[in-house]
Design a protein around this ligand. Structure first.
Ligand SMILES: Nc1ncnc2c1ncn2[C@@H]1O[C@H](COP(=O)(O)OP(=O)(O)OP(=O)(O)O)[C@@H](O)[C@H]1O
Ligand SMILES: [Mg+2]
Length: 304
């Protein structure tokens, strides 16, 4: 990775006095699940361990990592939807203790209210914020247009395709104007063309509103195109291995960026970091003493 060393950085643990410099701080996050297998008692499974991430106000950070490495687990904790086994999350220097309207969430899967129409889903956060009916209507109209769902305002989720449901979820998260957006593979279920439109739209919303965004994706191209920094995770247990700074100029549009040499250089760097994981074969050559207890337990579980 010649010439890229300046772009790749490690995420250190943030000291107490530095927490206020960031919009979001994740410090030493760990999550242990208790799993039950037939004929056995409960086992501990360490999904993520020692996760550290800092995000500045208005920054766009994407997270990539192999399937099962703990990306969604981490996002749930950031959202306040689950409590970590260890570590803490701060948003605006305040410790997160549950979900709140300062965070808009688009989860993996659709998570719409099945008993609400498209419009009612999009207006949900606005109702909670006690925004008046005619204002709610104007806002939901705007976001229905943005995600191209005109004509489906009164449809229920079961009447929509997967991609349409995902667009409703995005509109719902954006509509109540949260400062922080947490997005878990939001464009995975939409077709390639819609995905590009939504990527461009998300960037232009972000440029206009200065939101702070954490966005999980399996696509290295998407991760680099959108982000100021890409956090690369490794598995077993999941943790942030390194963070790649994306020094492409803004504003970006996929049509212009895709073929640039700088874009290939950075996607290449992320690819290398992602594929530099330890294979079972390589593991045999490591001295026993360097395995953490959690790692031993996880490798044990996987081998059964
Ligand atoms: N509630 C749970 N109980 C037990 N294990 C869980 C639970 N939730 C997640 N896990 C395990 O934790 C690990 C991380 O899961 P997670 O969903 O966070 O992965 P991910 O990186 O989001 O994967 P993907 O890219 O496939 O969405 C997986 O091994 C998963 O099986
Ligand atoms: Mg996931």
């Amino acid at each position: 990775m010649a010439g890229l060393s300046g772009l790749v950085e490690q995420q250190d643990v943030v000291a107490d006095e530095a927490v206020k410099e960031y919009k979001i701080v994740a410090r030493n996050i760990g999550q242990i699940f208790h799993i039950k297998r037939a004929g056995e008692g409960r086992r501990e499974f360490t999904a993520v361990e020692n996760m550290n991430l800092t995000v500045k106000k208005g920054e766009f950070v994407t997270i990539v990592g192999p399937s099962g490495c703990g990306k969604s687990t981490f996002l749930d904790i950031l959202a306040g939807l689950s409590v970590p086994s260890s570590g803490e999350i701060f948003i605006d220097d305040r410790k997160v203790s549950g979900p709140a309207l300062d965070r808009g969430i688009v989860l993996q899967g659709y998570a719409l209210f099945p008993w609400r129409t498209v419009r009612q889903n999009i207006e949900y956060g606005l109702e909670i914020k006690k925004i008046k009916r005619h204002e709610r209507r104007a806002i939901s109209d705007r976001f229905i247009n943005l995600v191209d769902l005109q004509g489906f305002e009164d449809s229920f989720p079961y009447e929509l395709s997967g991609g349409m449901k995902q667009r409703v979820a995005i509109a719902r998260a954006l509509a109540y104007d949260p400062q922080v957006l947490l997005m878990d593979e939001p464009f995975a279920a939409v077709d390639a063309q819609t995905r590009e439109i939504l990527q461009d739209e998300l960037l232009s919303i972000w440029e206009k509103t200065g939101k702070t965004i954490i966005f999980i994706t399996h696509s290295i191209e998407e991760a680099v195109f959108l982000a100021d920094r890409v956090a690369v995770m490794s598995a077993n247990p999941g943790t942030i291995k390194s963070v790649v700074r994306v020094d492409l100029s803004r504003p970006r549009r996929m049509g212009n960026v895709r073929n640039s040499i700088d874009f290939s250089r950075i996607t290449g760097a992320v690819w290398n970091l992602l594929h530099d994981h330890e294979t079972a074969e390589k593991r045999q050559t490591r001295p026993a003493a360097v395995y953490s207890e959690a790692e031993k337990r996880n490798i044990d579980s996987a081998a059964l």
